[in-house]
Design a protein around this ligand. Structure first.
Ligand code: ATP
Ligand code: MG
Length: 393
């Protein structure tokens, strides 16, 4: 049962970020992610975070997977605690890392000593354990530069720990430390990736989805909810604000030039997102736009959609190629769901000949025939809020 998880914290040293609040946020985020896996204690000491099961019923594999997705952690290892005694550390290394020692061809031992009263130096301890392990696993060669396996021994104030090489953590900053943003989540590949990238920078998210029933099916909505669920292991639990968008689209189709439809629609999305941002006290809007990816994603279009929005619009994938975005989508597990073939509201109403460079004033003129405030208000009043709880996957 005395297996624990050791986590190395990320960027906190760099920014003016207050260390205490970084650690507090990380600990509370970790606690929430661990809840489905049993009762754990989480604390930080000597710039390492410890995740310690309180009893044998804890699911350590589940906890490990959850901690690998925790933003703010740069590296993590599963470790076995033992007494601060060279024999005990050796025995622990032999049994706890047996499989890895058998599988490796070369190894080295690295010892660290925070407890300066420990009777050996780090080098003496590493040499002792290394020598004994070599005798016990004679197939191994010692390699100080590129070993297959490094056996880590850490002598801390209150215990010693034995572990193999740390694995890379999720990186980034603890979610919530940078405030909140509203993310426009469609059913496509880009917006879940964009959301994930902003959450990684420590921003808590609220999702907004524009839903065009009956032009798009309930399955299209379910798909978006599923995408939100898939990113909860990183972002934490999410609310998806589902905005009824059909009325606005029908109004635009009835009253405005078809070539401007996409731009006009995007401006309405921004206005409504802004209302949601106001309600949830968000400081920015996030989209999955990427320059030049489709005809409507130009600087000019971004200027015209940004013009109705006085919050910063964050577009983290703006300079990325599709392949780069797809690579992240695969890594975070949203890709397979994103490519399910349900129509998005944008594809249903796509104009045949979209205008990429409207003349000055043309957009405003097209909108002049609409009661913008009433349309925004009605859509806003019709919002359905769906709470998406943390996925345990
Ligand atoms: P995605 O892959 O994210 O769907 P896309 O390449 O299909 O993006 P667009 O359809 O032009 O691009 O949409 C650009 C961005 O606008 C999306 O990334 C998303 O942030 C937002 N958006 C588009 N449609 C919707 C929608 N129905 N609900 C919420 N946001 C949307
Ligand atoms: Mg799309």
């Amino acid at each position: 049962m005395n297996e624990i998880i050791l986590m190395k914290l990320g960027e906190l040293v760099l920014k003016g970020l207050n260390r205490r609040s970084f650690e507090d946020k990380l600990i509370s985020n970790a606690m929430r992610r661990l809840r489905p896996h049993g009762a754990f204690r989480v604390y930080s000491k000597q710039s390492t975070m410890y995740v310690e099961p309180r009893d044998d019923s804890c699911d350590m594999d589940g906890a490990w997977e959850a901690m690998k997705k925790l933003f703010g952690v740069v590296g993590l290892s599963r470790a076995r605690a033992c007494g601060k005694d060279k024999h005990e550390m050796l025995e622990t290394a032999k049994t706890y890392l047996c499989d890895q020692l058998m599988a490796a061809r070369s190894f080295k031992v690295e010892a660290k000593r925070a407890d300066k009263s420990f009777p050996m130096t780090s080098i003496q301890l590493a040499q002792y354990v290394g020598g004994e392990l070599h005798d016990a696993f004679p197939h191994l060669t010692a390699d100080m530069h590129h070993p297959d396996l490094t056996v880590h021994l850490e002598v801390r104030d209150y215990a010693a720990f034995v572990h193999a090489d740390p694995e890379p953590g999720a990186g980034g900053l603890p979610v919530g430390i940078g405030g909140r943003a509203v993310s426009l989540l469609s059913g496509g590949i880009d917006s879940p990736v964009a959301s994930w990238m902003i959450a990684k920078r420590g921003i808590a998210l609220e999702m907004v989805h524009f839903y065009s029933y009956p032009y798009t099916s309930p399955e299209a909505k379910d798909k978006v909810i599923e995408l939100a669920r898939l990113i909860t292991p990183w972002c934490g639990k999410l609310t998806v604000h589902v905005v009824p968008f059909t009325k606005i689209q029908e109004e635009l189709r009835r009253a405005c030039p078809e070539e401007l439809f996409t731009l006009l629609m995007r401006r309405f999305m921004m206005r409504i997102a802004l209302r949601v941002a106001d309600r949830v006290k968000a400081g920015a809007i996030v989209t999955g736009e990427s320059l030049g990816q489709v005809a409507s994603q130009t600087m000019e279009a971004m200027r015209l959609t940004g013009a109705v929005c006085d919050l910063p619009v964050l577009r983290p994938v703006v300079g990325m190629d599709k392949e780069e975005i797809v690579r992240i989508a695969r890594k975070i597990g949203t890709f397979e769901t994103s490519i399910l073939p349900y129509e998005d509201c944008c594809t249903v109403f796509t104009p045949r000949h979209p205008r990429l460079r409207p003349l000055p004033g043309e957009i405003e003129e097209a909108e002049a025939v609409l009661d913008i405030d009433a349309l925004v208000q009605e859509a806003y009043d019709g919002i359905e809020r769906i709470q998406v709880n943390m996925s345990e996957a």
